[in-house]
Design a protein. Sequence first.
Length: 41
Amino acid sequence: MYRADSEKNEKNRTEPRAMRAETQNIVDEIRQAITLLRRHL
């Protein structure tokens, strides 16, 4: 029982980190796209 709780808690800690990393990747891609658009205008 303890092991299952421990694994669940670890998953809960990991998901927000992964979500933040993915969000940061999306933000970086948007910044790149905006930079490219500005160059072509």
